[in-house]
Ligand binder design. Sequence first.
Ligand code: SF4
Length: 431
Amino acid sequence: MKPAAPATSAAHPSACPGLWRVVPARDGGICRVKLPGGLLSSAQARAVAEAAHLCGNGVLELTNRGNLQIRGVREACQDQLLRRLLAAGLGPRDPAADDVRNLLLSPAAGRDSAAHLDTRPLAERLLALLQDRPEFHGLSAKFALQLDGGEALAMLDHPHDIWLSALPGGQRLAFGLAGSPRDAALGAVAVADAVPLVEALLRLFLRQAGEHTRMRQLLAERPLAAFLADLPVALESAPARPARLRQEGPPLGVHAQVQAGLVMLLAGAPLGRLQAEQLQALAELAEAEGSGELRLTPWQGLLLPDVRAERQARVAEAMQGIGLLLDARAPLARMLACSGSAGCARAEADTKADARRLAERLAPGCAQVHLSGCPRSCAAAHVAPYTLLARPGGRYDLYRRERGQAGFGRPLASSLDIDQAGDWLAAGTPE
Ligand code: SF4
């Protein structure tokens, strides 16, 4: 029997892929699987790998929000794919809540020794809030929350509609809206008041948003004080905090855990993709060397936690053998590329093939480069140090991120082929 489809949001019909909404692309359908906190058990990883092999083209995409996409899904297989994913426990609590499960955590939540708070219990309550209240199912599929516990391994560059960040001591959380920086919090609440705060903010947003789907759109036309005027939660002032350092590129490699004697390995998937066989091999490795847990990262890679410290070299070698990247200085680890013309009808260039070619020309430690097939920038939610934006004919315009410059940054050169772009970047990026 076909699994029941959810009622779609009449307010904001979405073009984004979902479990029930397989979106067509050049290489077949795309099914997006949202993972709570990026968590994927080894059993679920095996189920996804098998489903991708049987129902898709075997290609898995790791998104910059710690989710998974199965590509190349054949129309005749969509029901089978859905049944397999639901049976593996990869669905929402309510089918109508699939789109709103947008809460980004650090992949190292509960493991990172720099954290002030283990965010996982609060994350569970926030996800339950989003899923259990039908009124919140009308939020756009792009409306997203972020919760960080102060982890060193946290992606803070992605702008989120609402963010919460644990303060030293772990008793209180600072919060902000619309991608504001962590050192510009709007206030703070006790951890116990975080769910009522988010609930109130969501209600205020839905009441005032009109046609807007994102917080930044609403706050661009409505003063912040007016938006917050009816907030029924008492706020404390947030203490001044130094700006947290921006990470240039993914923090790949071995990291100590707060649990003595254990380490976690953070690896990159080349250009954000894995084959089903690679995920299967990672599931086996997580069972043999870790706790059977994998976590997807917002750097489009995976974290393998709970590895005994004395086994780290062996496990790193095994991950590299599977085809993952452990060296943060490797040029391929510093390339971001969307599906490109092989997968997307909007793309003006084969960004993935060009990114591989570019990586071969650049030196270790080069700056991060984002190749985007069109201005939608699917591969990066942040602005990368350098962006190559494709233009008709498979050529690129080159931009450099600069403070105060909107969009991708300052234009440096236009209509470059990928080798010319390589020459520019090799001359201008640090060793
Ligand atoms: S950035 Fe544009 S070309 Fe690339 S995948 Fe997204 S929509 Fe397609």
